[in-house]
Design a protein around this ligand. Structure first.
Ligand code: 1GP
Length: 251
């Protein structure tokens, strides 16, 4: 079964899906594998691997090591064309639709596409948009683009609708890793009213309650990164999973 289809099934059965981001630059390989294992044991639906930069020379090794101990899907969440690996199950094929920089909209994708094809990786077409989150995040800074203002849900909705009409499979509203403020609930609710493609919401989500509020507003998938890097506690992972999987009570 294709990874995207599997994720949509998880969403259908559980209400929403819970994804955990593992940034290779934020911890050692061993610790990353340990977090991945805990995620699998505590009902995380899939892992994202990637980061804004990539200092660590262990991208392939990390994914291989995770795949050796985890059967949940591992998706690449690339900060650039250096972050492509044949060992992953799929890649979020991002186009930064909140930007007006042609390179981020189509240039990087043209470089990456033949590599992805040669690796036979599943590419999940994703409209990626930065949402203002209280301060400039690494991803926003590196992209050199302005985020969508947080008090303008209609602006985000128009971008998501454009992504849908362009045939993208999902949109990703990104407040940025470690964001002061997560994507506003009202913005998610507006998108849910007008668009049909699934919404991935990430950046600055620090509590199960914040995750749940966003799911209730219409998020299809919730991503957390920092909160578990700081405290990779199995109980906390399970609380997040339970909050996101509102249709299913965990055992
Ligand atoms: C995923 O970048 C985020 O979109 C992860 O953000 O590290 O703030 O959870 P946090």
């Amino acid at each position: 079964m294709h990874v995207f289809h599997e994720l949509l099934q998880a969403r259908k059965n559980k209400g929403a899906g819970y994804l955990v981001l593992i940034d290779p630059d934020k911890q050692s390989l061993d610790r990353a594998v340990e977090i991945a294992q805990k995620c699998q044991e505590n009902h995380v639906d899939a892992l994202l691997v990637g980061g804004s930069l990539l200092f660590a020379h262990m991208f392939d090794e990390l994914i291989k090591a995770i795949k050796a101990v985890c059967h949940i899907p591992v998706l690449i969440f690339p900060g650039g064309t250096r972050q492509i690996s044949p060992y992953a199950d799929a890649i979020l094929f991002l186009s930064v639709i909140s930007s007006r920089n042609a390179n981020l909209l189509i240039g990087e994708q043209v470089v990456a596409a033949p590599i992805i094809k040669s690796m036979n990786l599943e590419a999940i077409s994703t409209g990626y948009m930065f949402i203002e989150s209280g301060s400039v995040t690494s991803a926003q800074f590196l992209s050199g683009s302005l985020p969508i203002p947080r008090e303008k849900p209609d602006m985000a909705m128009a971008h998501a609708l454009a992504a849908e009409y362009l045939g993208m499979k999902c949109v990703y509203l990104e407040a940025g890793s470690g964001a002061k403020l997560p994507v506003p609930v009202e913005m998610i609710a507006t998108l849910a009213r007008y668009t049909e493609i699934p919404m991935i919401i990430g950046g600055g989500i620090c509590s199960p309650e914040a995750a749940r509020e966003r799911v209730e507003a219409g998020a299809a998938f919730i991503v957390t990164g920092n909160v578990l890097e700081k405290n990779p506690d199995s109980g906390l992972i399970r609380e997040f999973a339970d909050a996101v999987h509102w249709r299913q009570k965990s055992d």
